[in-house]
Design a protein around this ligand. Structure first.
Ligand code: KG4
Ligand code: ZN
Length: 331
């Protein structure tokens, strides 16, 4: 069994995954609540909360899988990218566990983990495929070739997609997290997604990067021009058009990547993959194009350790005890 650990941001996570990385026997996520009163994740608070919680989370992951450390044959851990102090707690714990039991250690890239969640959602999935990761911290597009090699095709030049939704929601006076708040406000627009015209950046055919800063600026100007009362009246339409512009940017690039790289399947993961408009449009568009679609369930889309375990069989393994000088990296 693979014991997987993920502590790159504000979720303390551990999971037990089968050796082929296609089935999770447990997936424990403790979401830190310490940050709520600060309105954002405080890195040092995150590190300390991981330190307090991680042992218990690992014990629960082993218990939920009805197994113990004796059945663990390797330890997988997120080494980058993320908050450096938070990552170090996971890396030090993983090293300690692996070293004490003479096991190999697998360092995993967090974004490759998000992509690997697709193997848990569909254990029969085989590359090649194009994958979009869209969350509060990352927006990246990958091509996974038939040899499981992952190539980064594009990423955001400024805000992540989830960040753009969170900032837009905040400007509209809606709650946090912004994605679900916008979605709820937009549900009162009666399906009118085009009343307000928001820009979709970097439209050139061969450009697979993203940019969401123009969208934010555009919303700011619209709010100023409308004035407070009109903004209140128009809230559902503003929310719907803004959400639709983010979804359009994501879909356009993902389907273009599939086309350019002749990928028969597309994969979407990250917190934004929970979005109903995104899922629905993607189902329609992929069906039209005859492209397969894998969108993991929400609990595998947001940060978790099962996805880190799923990435482990395809990541280079460090033999015991060569990993003692392994370090975490923030980028
Ligand atoms: O992957 P995730 O849970 O966490 C990190 O980024 O660490 O992603 C969170 C992001 C937030 O920006 C949130 O607004 C967005 O995912 N999100 C959504 C939805 N649910 C969460 N965005 C659009 N629609 C949703 N239903
Ligand atoms: Zn993530």
């Amino acid at each position: 069994m693979i014991l997987a650990i993920e502590t790159s941001c504000d979720d303390t996570c551990a999971a037990v995954v089968e050796p082929d990385g296609r089935r999770a026997l447990s997936n424990v996520v403790h979401t830190q609540t310490e940050h709520e009163r600060y309105g954002g994740v405080v890195p040092e608070v995150a590190s300390r909360a991981h330190l307090e919680r991680l042992d218990g989370v690992i014990e629960k992951a082993l218990a939920d899988a009805d197994t113990d450390l004796a059945d663990v044959t390797r330890v997988a851990v997120t080494v980058r990218p993320g908050l450096i102090g938070a990552l170090l707690v996971g890396v030090a714990t993983a090293k300690g566990l692996a070293y004490a039991r003479g096991l190999p250690l697998v360092p995993v890239n967090h974004l490759e983990g998000h992509v690997a969640a697709a193997y848990l959602a569909d254990p029969t999935l085989e590359p090649p495929f194009a994958a979009l990761i869209a969350s509060g911290g990352h927006t990246a597009l990958y091509f996974v070739d038939a040899d499981h090699e992952m190539r980064l095709l594009g990423e955001t030049l400024d805000d992540a997609a989830g960040e753009a939704l969170d900032k837009g929601a905040r400007m509209l006076g809606l709650g946090f997290p912004g994605g679900p708040a916008l979605e709820k406000a937009a549900s009162f627009a009666g399906g009118d997604l085009t009343r307000y015209d928001f820009p979709v950046a970097l439209k050139e055919r061969d450009n697979l990067d993203f940019s969401f800063s123009g969208l934010k600026t555009s919303l700011l100007y619209k709010l100023k021009a409308l004035g407070e009362e009109r903004v209140r009246e128009e809230l559902p339409y503003l929310a719907a058009s803004y959400e639709a512009a983010v979804v359009e940017a994501l879909l356009r690039k993902l389907l273009r990547a599939a086309d350019l790289y002749e990928a028969p399947t597309v994969v979407v993961a990250g917190g934004v993959a929970a979005n109903t408009l995104l899922r629905r449009t993607l189902e329609e568009e992929s069906a039209k194009l005859g492209v397969g679609l894998v969108v993991p369930p929400p609990e595998l889309c947001t940060d978790n350790a099962a996805m880190i375990g799923a990435a482990a069989p395809r990541s280079p393994t460090l033999a015991y005890p060569t990993y003692l000088d392994l370090n975490a990296r923030s980028i």
